[in-house]
Structure formats: C-alpha cells, structure tokens
Write a protein that binds this ligand. Structure first.
Ligand code: ZN
Length: 125
C-alpha cells in the first residue's frame, strides 16, 4: 500500500498548488480590472476621465466637432460623430488597457488606462 500513500500525497500537493494558483489569478484579475477608466484627450489635453464601471453617455467637443461617447458594460465606444471619415465610430468598443479610439479630424483620443487585459468580465453593473 506504500505506492497509494505516495500518490495521494502528490494529489493533495497538486490540488493545493492549483488552488493557490487559481486564487492568485483571481486576485490579479480583480485588482487589474478595478480602477479601469477611459481617458479622453482633445488636442492633447485631458478633458475627462471616465470610470468604465459606470454606464454613461457624453457628447464631446462643441459646435460642428462632436463625438458621442458611450460607456457601457465596461467598454467605451464612440457611437456617433460628425467627422468626415467616421474612423472613430467604426473602431467600435474598447475596454482593455492600452486600447484607444482616435478621431484625427477632431484631435480626439479616448484611451483605456488601468483596465484588465484579459477576458474576465469584472463589471459590477
Ligand atoms: Zn472621428
């Protein structure tokens, strides 16, 4: 019965390692997800910082240069703009650290800062 004892100890050790690894990953995921926000810059100047965990809608710019930015379900997206190329609208939603939406005609940059980089949906609604 000696072999059984040895194997059981191995199994317990592996299970413990898996649990510890899983907890660490979960912790990293939660802490990285928290604090994610969309930084809005117009002409190089930061005008807004919007937390991704709060749904919101903003009309950025003024006069004939506007972009409608929506924060929804942890992602930022320009849903409407009156720029000629509509590149910012076509870029779709961004949610991960380092992603950005750029509207060159309006000198607008929306970049995600401090968000998670994995597929974990940490949105608290
Ligand atoms: Zn645009």
């Amino acid at each position: 019965m000696e072999w059984l004892k040895t194997h059981r100890n191995d199994a317990i050790l592996i299970a413990a390692l898996l649990l510890a690894g899983g907890a660490l990953l979960l912790w990293l995921g939660l802490t990285r997800q928290a604090g994610g926000f969309a930084q809005v810059r117009i002409d190089g100047e930061t005008v807004l910082e919007l937390p991704l965990n709060e749904d919101a809608e903003f009309v950025l710019g003024e006069g004939e240069h506007t972009n409608t930015l929506v924060i929804k379900s942890g992602a930022a997206q320009v849903i409407a703009a009156d720029c000629p190329d509509q590149v910012c609208v076509r870029q779709g939603a961004v949610r991960y650290n380092g992603e950005s939406i750029v509207c060159l005609p309006h000198k607008l940059i929306v970049s995600i800062e401090g968000g998670g980089s994995n597929g974990v949906d940490g949105s608290t609604g």
